[in-house]
Design a protein around this ligand. Sequence first.
Ligand code: SAM
Length: 271
Amino acid sequence: MTTTTTRTATVPGLAGQVLAGYGDRVTLHDLYDEAGASVYHDLAAVDTTEIRELLRSARAVPGPVLELAAGSGRLTLPLLALGREVTALELKESMVALLRERLTEAPAGIGRRCTVVRGDMSAFDLGGTYAVVVLGTTSVSLLDAGGRAGLYASVRSHLMPGGRFLLSTVDLTGGGPDDLDVEAMGASGRRYRMIENWPAGHEVRKVTILPPEREVPEDGPVLALTTSIRVLPPDDLTRELAAAGLRVVARHALPAASPRHTGVLLEAEAV
Ligand SMILES: C[S@@+](CC[C@H](N)C(=O)[O-])C[C@H]1O[C@@H](n2cnc3c(N)ncnc32)[C@H](O)[C@@H]1O
């Protein structure tokens, strides 16, 4: 088993201070590694963000769907429920395993219409084309500029004529403190403290997930999970897509993702 353990000293702001208070009891992992995947899935299972908007746009373009960065299938299952063939690409083995499990358990055998591929969205060649390529949950912002260039080239070569690339990103509502400290409940009923560190002007926001203060045991390990997300405002992303031969033809507002950012779903086509 490979495990990514990161040093707590790398966690900025409030989360860094809180973790420092727990000393060497903290085990810090990437949100998408083996330790983090089940927590991610627990939170994703109750998250309906952007599903309605995504399905509306996908429904308008009949044909097979390619979903990138599929994770544990939060969007994959609703896409399958449209009656389409879906290919779901995901980088992390831990997430691929969760996705396969969910597909097996999915009702009415809809999982049989899904092909799961372990791969990197910044460089893939699946040997086929798709009517719709989906990259949800603002996951485009997980890639650096080089990774995004590879993503756009790969997407272009996998789009059928008239096909659509649907991707979401966040828009800034601006202002506020550097740290946003909220509590969320997963599908299991378990509660999580989520601290987002995003100082004004920074291009990356860092999210740390840890147990609520009142649930931290007196002694023993404290699991903390972290992920870094670039901030890619829709206007910048639209320009970047255009330069890569993908023209944005529609833009849909998504419900507020947090008190300081709102989501946007972009629809692009190859030119
Ligand atoms: C924010 S999650 C979204 C997962 C899913 N779409 C959802 O809505 O729950 C991002 C996913 O992207 C995956 N990922 C990160 N980098 C990737 C890459 N280069 N290629 C493919 N998947 C990647 C992560 O492992 C994770 O499962």
